[in-house]
Design a protein around this ligand. Sequence first.
Ligand code: TRP
Ligand code: ZN
Length: 877
Amino acid sequence: MKESQPSAIYLKDYQVPPFLIDKTELTFDLDETTTVVTSRLHMRRNPASGKSTQPLILDGGPDMKLIGVAMDDYQLPPEEYRLIDDKLIITATADEFLLTCETLIEPQNNTRLEGLYRSSSMFCTQCEAEGFRHITYYLDRPDVMSVFTTTIIADSKRYPVMLSNGNEIERGMTDEGKTFVVWQDPFPKPAYLFALVAGDLAVKDDHFVTMSGRKVALQIFTESHNIDKVDYAMEALKLSMRWDEEVYGREYDLDIFMIVAVDDFNMGAMENKGLNIFNSSCLLASPETTTDDAYLRVEAIVAHEYFHNWSGNRVTCRDWFQLSLKEGFTVFRDQTFSADMHSETVKRVEDVSFLKTAQFAEDAGPMSHPVRPSSFIEISNFYTLTVYEKGAEIVRMIHTLLGAQKFRQGSDLYFERHDGQAVTCDDFIAAMEDASGVDLSHFSRWYSQAGTPVVTAKDEYDAEQGIYRLTLTQETPETPNQPTKLPLHMPVRVGLLDENGNELAAGYQGDASVEHVLDFTQASQVFEFTDVRECPVPSLYRGFSAPVKLRYDYSSENLLTLMSADSDGFNRWSSAQQLAVNELTQLIEQAKSGVELSIHSQLVKGFKRLLSDESLDPAMVALILALPSQAYLSELATSIYPAEIKQARAHLKALLANSLKDEFKKTYQSLNTQVDYEATATEIARRSLKNTTLSYWLETADEQALVAVAEQFSNANNMTDQFAALSIAVQNSHPQADTFMDAFYQQWQNEPLVVNKWLMLSASQERPDALDVVTGLMSHPAFDLKNPNKVRSVLGGFGQSVSAFHNLDGSGYAFLADQIIVLNKRNPQIASRLCTPLTRWKKMQPELSSKMKAQLERIMAEELSKDVYEVISKSLL
Ligand code: TRP
Ligand code: ZN
């Protein structure tokens, strides 16, 4: 273990920066062995700081070599500055001065992928959250905003493309015959939005005319072999730019907007001002190599990063505790954009399903934290589902409480009031309140209270008076450092149905309509509806109007009614899920007690109706047919029995498949048309239902189904269908599954993004030698430990293999721990994210729980990065 343990930083300790940097001039002399970075920082004491004698403390990094530092051209002798814990400290400073610093860095040896590093043949940067300090000494905090001018010097034969933020203002040759290019970004920004790219890149050019008639040049850069895969991203960019004008009144502000794809990237993408950098897996798309899911992801992430230009860049965060200010809001914006481009209900179901599976699990575990955390050890660990997805739910609730029009007035006020500033979540709330007149003081508790509220609904119907009383009770479980919880303010969208599923009008607070939004603010509250004709079936939290766990004692009949008739499409899905969860819970209990599994499934009836109703969106049918996932059932369990959950799911799936064999076969065949690939909502929906029904049909082991899978695998004209056939074959032990896997690799070995899918599927197989397979993959020529996408494919895939990862002998956990220990040194951010499955140890069945804990302790005994230390130590508390 480390001698000194990393310490936490607290929101309550926030202080304004003692110094400001008005202008930042950077020069990069790029080279394969050492890169020289010269910075000229035009600094002054911050008048708002009051601390007029405080020394200047600049953030730095461990792999940076300081060559020299000067103040107003006076070269500081070593005794006039100190280097302590990667920080550069200068005691004597004037009120205003020019600080010049020269540092040496080695991007080619940077495996953390933070700061300046190499990916394939290019140089690129990732500075959020605290990567800039690995490039040069700086006040690396988001409330220090500066105008950046960047000079890049490089050999133009190897690096013909040299990019940074803003506009290119100058270009020429140095005395040594290298090329230099100067970029200037007129908008003051924090260092985390700085970017630099240099390489031999191909470009796709386009343009966009903004709402005020300005022409903006659009450029997407990739390595030349990928430039044929950026058309879809370019269209998504133009759609995003138009949408942000129409829906938020936000116009783009520079004359050029660039996107670069890189292969080695820790996250999805980054919103650097005017120069977004993308993980190539989130940008490139072609029908032959990209699945429908990935197409939609490209569109959503292009939009997300573009939207940050206002929600993040023009208005940025005061400190990293406010991360959700930009991320929650921007996720809400990209979710709404995708809903507008495709189907609102389908998008909502997908987002909520993800939230309830992964964010709820995070919020119930040792890393649970409020959307605005109050402390952290390593900020990279707080780019979480809570900050992003639950943060988006908070913004969505504000939208519901205010209504679309007032919400827009609120966002207009927010952007206008805070343009060019670094602000807090409270400032966002204040703008929403000031523009709408709605009091959000109680509501804002959502930012500071962690944990998922559990809402219990009870009701009674008074037939004589025609009154329906709904009692809602809320309780939030204890989370780390927050033993007691207060009630939250949430909007509850409610409709009432009669026994046939028709909407019942009801009076609520003098308003007679078929849907009401209740203001639920107390620990327990009674809502009274009048003029209710008959005893209703309540449709609660329509559209998932608040991120809670709802408990209401629905009968199977009620759920079937809601599933087939609710006017709220989201709740149709949600009711089907609930019905399936109820049945699966019974089956899991049977599996745990070792009895033979058996159930009279009500879902058969519901699914049969669904498959014969041609009025439904096929995408919704596919979502309803998909059984609750292994991960979601694990989240719901008080004690997780992975093998039993798997067994229960397999049982129910087989039962449904055999009961409805003809329906599945017929639906598959009717949808299996040969048409050119299109990534439209209609076509994506068709493929989705087609492949879902194929998976059920194959489950019956019908000869014809075996043939259908083989044919689809060989003849598909797009990756969605080919990969679906392959996964279905692998998951259902199709006799040719291994042959298909080999053929697939042979066919796609030169397309790294497709190979990643193959790696993931290979690693997730349920087979007796699964651990050997995964070990083999780690030394496969297609694998590369430096590439986060490959690591995620193999280890993420492995985590899905129930029999291998959750092997009762603990070998799966030990293997993952081995990889975490190796990656801890090379790439702490990725190592830390790989720890997630192990953080759930307290919820595992006893035999597995102790095995997981032992691995956490083994990791804890190593010398750890701050990233891994924080997750492991908090998990062991
Ligand atoms: N701000 C990025 C986003 O759009 C997140 C991000 C990209 C990031 N790369 C990162 C965060 C590296 C931390 C480290 O959501
Ligand atoms: Zn973001």
